[in-house]
Design a protein around this ligand. Sequence first.
Ligand code: UDP
Length: 344
Amino acid sequence: METILITGGMGFIGSHTCVELMEAGYSPIIVDDLSNSSIKVLDGIEAITKKRVPFYQLDVADFEALAQVFAQHTIDAVIHFAGFKAVGESKEKPLHYYCNNLNSTMSLLKCMDRFGVGRLVFSSSATVYDSMHHVLLTEETERWCTNPYGWTKFMSEQIISDHVATRPDASAVLLRYFNPVGAHESGLIGEAPNGVPQNLMPFVTQVAVGMRDKLSVFGGDYDTPDGSGVRDYIHVTDLARGHVAALAYAKEHPGCQAVNLGTGRGVSVLELVTTFERVNGVAIPYEITARRPGDAPMYYAETRRAEELLHWRAERSLEDMCRSAYHWQRKSMGLWEDPNERTR
Ligand code: UDP
């Protein structure tokens, strides 16, 4: 059984990946400073998997603290999620983002080097692409970022790639996520944003449960089929399984490889809203407002490389994403009323 260190394992994608790793027979260890997550996530993971995952509360940028974890366990590979992720905040506090996200990546690589761990899966993002000028994004599409968060992903990719190039046996997969949404089907783990959600799906689920009056649809005059912005939404469980596939790939293939994780299908804001209303039987009041500065009109993933190299493809539908996101929102607020669900 391989032992996998997961940095940022208490976050939205990290926690789902931890569950899928355990289902696939891996033994995860979580490191997280809880700066943007809760210790309760560990209980959610345990309720799903019936196992308690070893957890260390520390900042990955703290090399000595991280080295102690490496010294205590025989780690076969690392999945690196830890990092700040709010695009808007990164524009207000660029240094905060560059220091944290880049120092974490470098501290982790140094630790891996010291302890002879050569396999890494990195949580990157489609935000590294120049999506203002390209719609179908392949791994070869020109890259350009419009905010410090994006640049930290771009630079971390470069640092990892340069490092791996100096180690003949080392391997890294840079997973470029499109828009992860939804939640584990149990409703026991999900996305828990702090304050006003900046992303579409958590805002929609908060409107659905009455926490917010209405959704602002940022822009209704884009050159897209219905005028609203188009993205490639991917179910977080599919995304999590992509990490399991990437670990297996990296074991057999030295070198550094970037791979998109998306569905390959573009969905507009309005299509997401109407699908959410239909599958959940709930109204989402909205108004069309001004475009959000920096938003691209439309982009989605070319998924061929993930299929060919990782033998992975997204399986869950937009309906599944909307249902599971709402289920999680209600359950986490104690609102879940379905008697079948209670007795399950
Ligand atoms: N969006 C919106 N209202 C919101 C949040 C987002 O209309 O309250 C739109 C946004 O303009 C984009 C899409 O939803 O077209 C996805 O935005 P999100 O912030 O979730 O992800 P992004 O692709 O911008 O990283």
